[in-house]
Design a protein around this ligand. Structure first.
Ligand code: PEP
Ligand code: MG
Length: 326
């Protein structure tokens, strides 16, 4: 079965009715780009940059500096040979602690993590932004910002990107002045206040792992509540479909980069909602492409509308499993 899928590497991801779908890879370190290329990814949709920082102790001088980060980002850009590389800014805290021993918050998932941490540590944030910007001189790079929820966070982030650009201009260093900036939509408040993001961002990427965690109030790493972690909960489906629909309406690209994007049992559901960009672990790329090649969007759109009106969890699960079957 795997062998058969390998043959799909160079096949474009086009549905039966002729719609091209963009399949991107999630990576943790630059070396993972090789697997992304091997699977035929159209680019990197999520470079989890915090993996460059983890296990290095929270002591600032021990963290990777601007040049070290620049080399890592540039390496990813080089391996991807002109395909876009979406670098997520430091998403530290909660399930991805900088230093587990230092984490003392009672509810770290609700604490000073991701963009909140970066805005509280402007020197660390500016250093990373300069490194990402410098890498953008070597190929297409996009900046993706995690855990945004407030308008002032959007404004401060954009202001800091401008500040990093000015620092590089002053230092005579090259970068892409028109670099695209996108937001992770992974806090329910962001999904429910989407116009705030559409107005200021170039693209959106839905982080379903956290969106599910925060929507259902279920710790994504707590085994005792793992059975309640349901991507098919009507509230999750409502948020997902409304974000995707708003993106299509307003003409702003929307991707899904959470685990849902790589789950072949959910590919047709996401297609039916109108999703056209998926970012996933490289091993999932060909199986998901196989689903896409066998999908007809007109059929899926109708069937998915029916699922979105349903309320019975068992019926929803069954209908999702039946999607695409005539
Ligand atoms: C997510 O939250 O869905 C996501 C893609 O980011 P992470 O899993 O790294 O939090
Ligand atoms: Mg997340």
């Amino acid at each position: 079965e795997r062998k058969k899928l390998v043959r799909l590497k160079k096949t474009p991801a086009i549905t039966k009715d002729g719609t091209e779908i963009t399949l991107l890879a999630n990576i943790e370190l630059p070396d993972d780009c090789a697997a992304a290329m091997e699977a035929g990814a159209a680019g990197i949709g999520l470079f989890r940059s915090e993996f460059l920082f983890m296990g290095r102790s929270a002591f600032v001088t021990k963290l990777p500096g601007e040049d070290e980060q620049y080399e890592s980002y540039r390496k990813a850009v080089a391996i991807m040979k002109g395909r876009p590389v979406t670098i997520r800014t430091l998403d530290i805290g909660a399930d991805k602690p900088l230093d587990a021993a230092e984490q003392t918050a009672l509810n770290p998932a609700l604490g000073l993590r991701a963009i909140r941490y970066c805005l509280a540590e402007p020197q660390i944030f500016l250093m990373q932004l300069r490194a990402i910007l410098r890498a953008s001189a070597h190929g297409p790079v996009k900046i993706l910002v995690p855990m945004l929820a407030h308008a002032f966070e959007i404004e401060q982030t954009l202001a800091m990107i401008e500040q990093a650009k000015q620092q590089l201009r002053d230092a005579g260093k090259k970068f892409d002045a028109n670099i695209q900036v996108g937001a992770m939509i992974e806090i329910p408040a962001a999904a429910l206040a989407l116009p705030m993001f559409i107005k200021r961002m170039d693209f959106l990427s839905i982080g379903t792992n956290d969106l599910i965690q925060y929507t259902l109030a279920i710790d994504r790493v707590d085994h005792e509540v793992a059975h309640l972690y349901n991507p098919l909960h009507p509230a999750v489906l409502y948020l997902l479909s409304s974000i995707i629909a708003a993106g299509a309406r307003e003409g702003i690209p929307v991707a899904v980069c959470g685990e849902m994007a790589g789950d072949i049992k959910l590919t047709r559901l996401l297609l039916g909602m109108g999703l056209r960009e998926f970012s996933m672990h490289p091993t999932q790329l060909l199986p998901v492409k196989n689903e896409i090649l066998n999908s007809d969007l007109t059929v899926l759109a109708t069937q998915t509308r029916r699922i979105l009106r349903a309320t019975d969890p068992v019926a929803i699960t069954e209908a999702v499993a039946q999607l695409g079957a005539l």
